[in-house]
Design a protein around this ligand. Structure first.
Ligand SMILES: [Fe+2]
Length: 421
């Protein structure tokens, strides 16, 4: 009898020894006013189980299929509500939570963090993260948009592990929803969306569940977050027809036009990787991707009165005038004909009923930083900086849109306010 008992205890200890360990995440995807996808990875296949809690009531979601890459949907949640959650056990941690998106039509203000060209494992990447953690103490971002080149050098799964998950996990990934876009490094310099690990790691709201028009493509999608319509595009993806975003034609562009036409929110931010204008580590006068984008897609942004286009790729910060019709090289910029704004204060624009020009920001120094090409700073730039890393915070309510560029040393390097009265 004693031998049997020892045997059973030994077996039990073996089972305990095989308990799955979380080796990635948890991280939050496709957060909407009523749902969230919780992702994580374990070292061995195991069932998926999440406990979550609001106002003292503990609920559980479970999927008994044994997997390594876990995706569990929590739904029937309340909008703009904080839920503590935990994987497998009920002891909640103060840093592990999700705040659902504001109800559609809500007038709540939101704070968005935009980060570009970050996953290189550098000291600057960590300094930029620390600057935002410090600056947002007491007023955390609601959503996190990624401007591409998220994991250097080739967007491999192990590069995401080392340069993204291991860097941001504790402070941001377990409580801040990510709405990513991919860069050329995430595509390893190619253009086929069936290849990059990016599309396996992330799970975008492409069926309109976030409030935008369904795109049915993980390359591009949109969400409504309080008063702002956020549109993520893909500058790297080539469609089966051979068309890319820069051609100003194809499925992505058709969807973009329809999505912009359907939007009813007061503010529109479009984000993607390669910028239409830059003289930082990339030159939009000579790089055909950027030139073509400017010529074929910028007119769409202007037509639909997009407020801000924000990109990365060039490892600097650059902020343009509110512009229309500037499709040529840097030297052809002419303030008298290309700047469209009622106000002359370059840091505070009051946007009239006819809108104003589109403001183009490059924020590609979330990890990488530096570089300049002939002609830097651009004639169309109001402010540029290539000497320190940084990232962008947007504070948006119904009538006011504030952008701040927060440097890695914690200083506010640039900023402006838009008002719609
Ligand atoms: Fe890039």
């Amino acid at each position: 009898m004693k031998k049997i008992l020892i045997f059973l205890l030994f077996q039990a200890s073996l089972c305990l020894g095989q308990k799955a360990q979380i080796i990635r995440g948890p991280y939050l995807q496709s957060v909407t006013p009523t749902s969230v996808l919780v992702h994580w990875r374990t070292d061995i296949p195991s069932p998926s189980q999440v406990y979550y809690q609001a106002k003292g009531k503990v609920l559980r979601a479970i999927d008994k299929n044994r997997v390594i890459d876990h995706v569990l949907k929590l739904d029937q949640l309340k909008p703009a509500t904080r839920y503590a959650y935990q994987i497998d056990h009920k002891s909640f941690d103060k840093n592990r939570y999700v705040v659902t998106a504001p109800a559609f039509g809500s007038k709540e203000s939101v704070r968005i963090w935009a980060l570009g060209d970050f996953g290189d494992g550098s000291a600057s990447q960590k300094a930029v993260m620390n600057s935002i953690e410090a600056y947002t103490q007491g007023n955390r971002p609601d959503a996190w948009i990624w401007l591409g080149d998220n994991a250097y050098n080739n967007g491999k799964d192990e590069e995401y592990q080392k340069n993204v998950f291991e860097v941001y996990q504790d402070v941001f990934l377990q409580n801040l929803p990510i709405y990513p876009s991919p860069g050329n490094h995430d595509y390893a310099g190619k253009h086929n969306p069936s290849e990059p690990p990016y599309f396996k790691i992330f799970n975008m709201p492409v069926e309109g569940q976030g409030g935008g028009l369904p795109s049915h493509s993980e390359s591009y999608y949109s969400v409504n977050y309080g008063p702002v319509h956020l549109i993520a595009l893909d500058t790297e993806m080539q469609e089966a027809s051979g068309l890319m975003l820069k051609d100003g034609n194809g499925n992505q562009v058709d969807w973009l036009k329809a999505d912009l036409a359907a939007n009813k929110l007061p503010w529109v931010v479009v984000y993607f990787h390669k910028p239409p204008y830059s003289k930082g580590s990339h030159d939009s006068d000579v790089e055909l991707d950027m030139k073509s984008l400017r010529e074929h897609v910028n007119p769409i942004f202007e037509q639909y009165k997009v407020d801000l286009v924000i990109a990365g790729h060039s490892h600097v910060y650059e902020r343009s005038f509110p512009m229309r019709g500037h499709y040529g090289i840097n030297e052809t910029f002419d303030a008298a004909s290309h700047v469209f704004a009622q106000s002359t204060d370059k840091n505070h624009y009051v946007v009239g009923p006819n809108g104003q020009g589109v403001i183009y920001v490059v924020s590609g120094s979330g990890g990488k930083f530096g570089g300049q090409r002939s002609g830097y700073p651009m004639k169309s730039s109001i402010y540029t900086n290539n000497t320190i890393g940084g990232s962008v915070l947007l504070d948006i309510d119904q009538k006011t849109f504030k952008l701040k560029w927060i440097q890695s040393d914690g200083q506010i390097g640039d900023g402006f306010v838009l008002e719609k009265r």
